[in-house]
Design a protein around this ligand. Structure first.
Ligand SMILES: NC(=O)N[C@@H](CC(=O)O)C(=O)O
Ligand SMILES: [Zn+2]
Ligand SMILES: [Zn+2]
Length: 428
């Protein structure tokens, strides 16, 4: 299996080069004579990046295969430039045991488009009452290294403390959906002017920030690793900075939608904009962008959350929160971070690939583009634009908030272990 990527610029830097890939490994970079029988990817004018890694995806299998499967979600991921994704545990049944986590891993490998790493639940049934068997999931075929009750918060501080303590022995990380549930009862939108005007019960910033602060302290005292899911407020950035300065082993992600969208969009009452945590203010989005550029927020994770029309196209209060993200993430990062001069392509590689691979403990993803390294790669046309159409995305569900938007940056090919998984918008 030989592949030559012709004329790409790694990290968008320097002169165009050819990259030779043999048996899944980069074996030469420079001017490459195409070996007989080799596949050629013409990459003139394109940026070559390490394949993206998504720490936060909802694939809905098992349980809601009418909205997304490991198959359809893997296709969306490959088309979005991803070579590895972490599938959240809030499925039905919940991924709170090795039977489910090993199934998700094996099914992902069968599909073969992207490495699907199951996230294990922290508590049995996501009920927040009893720790799940983290050790059994870690020792299974899937080798689970990320645990989360995402969708709900591990609100009990004693249970969170135990989970953090236990995770250190497994070399794992606890990813927290930071939402103090007592502060968000009935909440429908970011607590602020816009929610008051529209008459929605508010989701206060303090519900997120208080849990992040608490968990940082728990992690610091346990010398454990904490990952904060979908950071959405300016105040959380301040808490993270404080915790990191004190040596807390905390990492954090921001979603593309919290970088680009604000609660201004709620004027239309369209539930496509309903998400948890809610879209915040322009000031929050601006601070999140700066924090991502600086590294206080480590990476971008999609929180790709497919929903069926009957659960989403309803009146606002009844609609499920969440939005698609896998195929639009790169473009939203280009729009918010590259076009604004906050990140160069090296920075894009850091926030979409290198840091998430480190946090998720994936040794073969997020690697340097260099000889001897595994060929997990994404090729991006930096000058192209495209118009988002939910119906055309690979996901079964179509709940994209970017419908009809024109966005910059097109993923033209994705390579997993030397094999092309997506090319020119089509799955291979
Ligand atoms: N983000 C969301 O609004 N929804 C997620 C759950 C979650 O990430 O909290 C989902 O599973 O649909
Ligand atoms: Zn969540
Ligand atoms: Zn989520």
């Amino acid at each position: 299996m030989t592949l030559v990527i012709k004329g790409a610029r790694p990290y968008g830097e320097g002169e165009p080069v050819d990259v030779l890939v043999e048996d899944g490994v980069i074996t030469s970079i420079g001017s490459v004579k195409v070996p007989e029988g080799a596949e050629v990817l013409d990459a003139a004018g394109q940026v070559l990046l390490p394949g993206f890694v998504d720490l936060h995806t909802h694939l809905r299998e098992p349980g809601r295969e009418d909205t997304e499967t490991i198959d359809s979600g893997s296709a969306a991921a490959a088309l979005g430039g991803y070579t590895a994704v972490f599938a959240m545990a809030n499925t039905d049944p919940v991924a709170d045991n090795a039977l489910v986590t090993d199934h998700v891993w094996r099914r992902g490998q069968e599909v073969g488009l992207v490495d699907v790493h199951p996230v294990g639940a922290v508590t049995v049934g996501l009920n927040g009452a009893k720790l799940a068997e983290l050790g059994t999931m870690a020792k299974g075929t899937a080798g689970v290294r990320v645990f989360s009750d995402d969708g709900v918060c591990v609100a009990d501080p004693l249970l969170m403390r135990r989970a953090l303590e236990y995770s250190t022995a497994l070399d794992a990380v606890i990813a927290q959906h930071a939402e103090e549930p007592r502060l968000t009862v009935g909440a429908q939108a970011h607590e602020g002017e816009q929610a008051s005007r529209l008459g929605y019960p508010g989701w206060p910033a303090s519900a997120e920030e208080s849990i992040v602060a608490r968990d940082c302290l728990l992690a610091l005292h346990a010398n454990a690793r904490l990952h904060v899911c979908h950071v959405s407020t300016a105040g959380t950035v301040d808490v993270l900075r404080w915790a990191k300065d004190r040596g807390t082993k905390v990492s954090a992600e921001v979603t593309p939608h919290h970088l680009l969208l604000t609660d201004d969009r709620l004027d239309t009452y369209d539930p496509v904009n309903k998400v948890n945590p809610p879209l915040r203010t322009g000031r929050d989005a601006e601070k999140l962008r700066a924090a991502l550029a600086e590294g206080v927020v480590d990476c971008v994770a999609t929180d790709h959350a497919p929903h069926a029309p009957q659960d989403k196209d309803t009146e606002w209060n009844a609609a499920r929160p969440g939005m698609l993200g896998l195929q639009t993430a790169l473009s939203v990062v280009v729009e918010t971070m590259v076009k604004t001069g906050l990140l160069d392509w090296r920075g894009v590689a850091r926030v979409l690939s290198e840091r998430p691979a480190e946090i998720g403990n994936l040794p073969d993803h997020g690697r340097r583009i260099a000889v001897g390294e595994p060929a997990n790669l994404a090729l991006v046309d930096p000058d192209a634009e495209w118009t988002v159409r939910g119906a055309e995305l690979a996901s079964i569900a179509a709940n994209t908030p970017y419908e009809g938007m024109r966005l910059p940056g097109v993923v033209t090919a994705t390579v997993l272990r030397g094999r092309i998984t997506a090319r020119e918008g089509k799955i291979r």
